[in-house]
Write a protein of this length. Structure first.
Length: 348
């Protein structure tokens, strides 16, 4: 069968699309363009409302047999089926079943395979989107309970993969010619906190070879307990001097409302220690503008902190409620305020 995969969202989603492509190719299917395809697979993201709407609009336009995979089926399966009653649903924990779901769909059976499973997404064949880049998931889920987050509903609690499995995956990728390894998770610094290992230990176990390592997004509260060891691990010349640390707000009051268990001062301490060790480190962050209840003064705290920290890149999100989350029940700020604050931060 001729199949086309469309991917939305994060690096982990890209990795999971690569695995689905590998499994489908192994099963004898052909990966083709969207126009040529007999079956379409959408690997979806549940992080932002604007992305969800884009995906739902796309689903409504597809007339071919459709499989909606990834995070969205785990959280908002009903919305998907309202747009396309015949779509098969394959949750993010069930990607290993993709060939079976394609086979069933070809027989007219649009299955629903969702629900949280604790299974490592390693050791599968892959079709890499970038030949020399291996995107390797090291864990599923997280330890957080952020009030606005739908991803936690899809991914579930933290499930760290075995160090031996990750090391084997890295070794295989390097043997296949990969020069870059991206370690990814919902929170890479949380890795191993459920098993007693930890991210610094994992980095020390990576096999020898001529390749570079990029460590993906990590939350401030999970970095703090391992800060010294993590900085030591970053001294490995193969590790990119790159830190993606989401701030979300420069106001401690808003961070508490978001259920983000750290302070602005702790965030600044982490950045200060990394910059002391690596003066040219590249720093990315994420900020949510207009969380319910955010005042002008609290937003100004964010602007002032951004000026102070001089981030290299900021991913700006205008707050939009995610159904089934705590923040969805709160009184939302007017659209004009959200727009004005988003523009102000983007301008800065």
């Amino acid at each position: 069968m001729k199949v086309h995969i469309i991917t939305y969202g994060c690096a982990a989603n890209r990795a999971e699309s690569e695995i689905m492509a590998g499994l489908l190719q192994e099963a004898g299917h052909n990966l083709v363009s969207e126009n040529e395809a007999e079956t379409i697979i959408l690997n979806t993201c549940a992080v932002k409302q604007v992305t969800e709407q884009k995906i739902l609009d796309k689903i409504a336009t597809i007339k071919k047999p459709l499989i909606v995979a990834g995070c969205l089926p785990e959280v908002y399966g009903k919305k998907i089926r309202e747009r396309n009653p015949n779509a098969a649903l394959l949750g993010t924990h069930h990607l290993a079943e993709i060939a079976e779901v394609v086979a069933e769909l070809s027989r007219g059976n649009s299955q629903i395979r969702t629900g949280i499973l604790k299974k490592e997404k390693l050791g599968f064949p892959r079709v890499r989107s970038r030949k020399e880049t291996a995107i390797i998931e090291i864990a599923d889920g997280c330890l957080g309970n952020c009030s606005y987050c739908a991803t936690k509903l899809a991914k579930g609690p933290l499930f760290s993969y075995r160090p031996s499995s990750i090391v084997k995956e890295v070794s295989c990728a390097v043997a296949q010619g990969c020069k870059r390894v991206w370690l990814t998770a919902q929170d890479t610094a949380a890795y191993g906190k459920d098993t007693g290992t930890g991210l610094p230990l994992l980095l020390s176990l990576l096999p020898a070879g001529n390749y570079q390592v990029r460590v993906g997004m990590m939350n401030p509260n999970t970095v703090l307990p391992i800060l010294d060891k993590l900085i030591e691990a970053y001294k490995d010349k193969r590790v990119w001097k790159f830190l993606h640390l989401p701030l979300q707000s420069g106001s401690n009051e808003i961070l508490r409302a978001m259920n983000r268990p750290y302070t602005v001062q702790q965030f600044e301490h982490i950045i200060g220690e990394f910059r002391k060790a690596f003066p040219s480190i590249v720093l990315w962050t994420d900020i949510i503008v207009g969380y319910p209840g955010e005042t002008d003064a609290q937003f100004k705290e964010t602007l002032d902190f951004v000026k102070k920290m001089k981030f290299d890149k900021i991913n700006i999100s205008r707050f939009a409620k995610r159904d089934k989350t705590e923040a969805a029940e709160l009184k939302q700020l007017p659209t004009e305020i959200l727009k004005k604050r988003t523009e102000a931060l983007a301008s800065l």
